[in-house]
Design a protein around this ligand. Structure first.
Ligand code: ZN
Length: 306
């Protein structure tokens, strides 16, 4: 895949310095590695379909994705991003499918998950809040953000599932790989009263209060590791919208991919897959029913499928 880059007021230059991407500026926030949304429709970088957009391939070649019967939907269902937060992102929340369908022109809601690729010492992130049911509206109205917002320390290798209705924010000094439903509906709860280019950013208080779940309950930790010859396989998450796993490959590892398509991102190291070189920062899709992939090298991948 050929990634799409997004500049952001909170972005930095780690996507170039750490991943070797050619980024548009020193405030680049996101690398959309695998995605087919209108505002970030990745191209195929090489091979038979070089230059084609993923959305077109999804439509015209459903057999590549195991989607001949349309079971994965009309649009490519997931979006894989690497995010470089130099400063704090606004505190936000996403709706679920039902709310988005009703209030956002039939759009999908958004469930997402974060694998922490890097974080500077002492960094925290926001996951959840401290309000009891009846307190939420009052705390928001009184702007008691310090009491409301639940901050947790974060380190490389941590993983968080963010369900709809969960208040969250990535804070400055964090680099993450995000796997998410392909939706862009975000409600901004609070932006630290910051001015960007002289202006406050719009908040979506009503929608946020509609969708924030109380009391906050952390997602269940599903992590488990299986050690095999050549690779350690870690299950990170299975939810109704995706499964995410991490593969740490050391040496030679053969794996049979026999169901639907698989999104893969190399997050560390380098090596090869069926003789084709891959390295940190590469994103690719393994087609449905592909069969055996032979990996070689020392590398870590994050893979996802629906
Ligand atoms: Zn989010």
């Amino acid at each position: 895949m050929k990634p799409v880059f997004k500049e952001a007021v909170w972005g930095g230059r780690k996507l170039r310095d750490d991943f070797g991407y050619e980024i548009p500026s020193d405030s680049t926030g996101e690398c959309w590695g695998i995605g087919a949304q209108k505002n970030g429709d990745c191209e195929i970088a090489e091979g038979t379909y070089k230059g084609e957009h993923l959305s077109k391939l999804w439509e015209e070649h459903p057999e590549l994705f195991g989607n001949e019967d349309g079971k994965y939907g009309k649009e490519f269902p997931l979006l894989i991003k690497i995010i470089d937060a130099k400063s704090d992102l606004s505190i936000q929340v996403h709706p679920d499918n039902a709310y988005a369908k009703e209030h956002e022109n039939g759009s999908l809601g958004k469930t997402e998950c974060w694998y922490i690729l890097d974080s500077e010492p002492g960094t925290q992130i926001v996951i959840g809040h401290h309000a009891k049911d009846e307190e939420l509206m009052q705390m928001v109205e009184e702007k008691r953000w310090k009491d409301l917002i639940r901050e947790v320390p974060v380190k490389k290798g941590d993983f968080y599932q963010i369900d709809p209705g969960c208040v969250h924010a990535i804070k400055g000094g964090t680099v993450i790989l995000e796997t998410q439903q392909s939706s862009d509906i975000t409600y901004r709860v609070y932006d630290y009263d910051r001015k960007w280019n002289g202006k406050l950013r719009e908040l979506h208080v009503k929608q946020s209060l509609d969708v924030i779940k109380t009391p906050f309950q952390p997602a269940k930790d599903q992590r488990s590791i299986t050690h095999t010859e050549g690779a350690d396989l870690e299950h990170l998450e299975t939810c109704p919208y995706y499964t995410v796993e991490k593969y740490d490959i050391h040496g030679t590892w053969d794996h049979v991919f026999e169901a639907g398509f698989v999104n893969a991102s190399v997050i560390e190291g380098e090596g090869s897959i069926n003789g084709r070189k891959i390295k940190k920062g590469d994103h690719f899709i393994i087609p449905a029913d592909f069969g055996t992939c032979s990996f070689e090298g020392n590398l870590s991948l994050i893979c996802s499928w629906v």
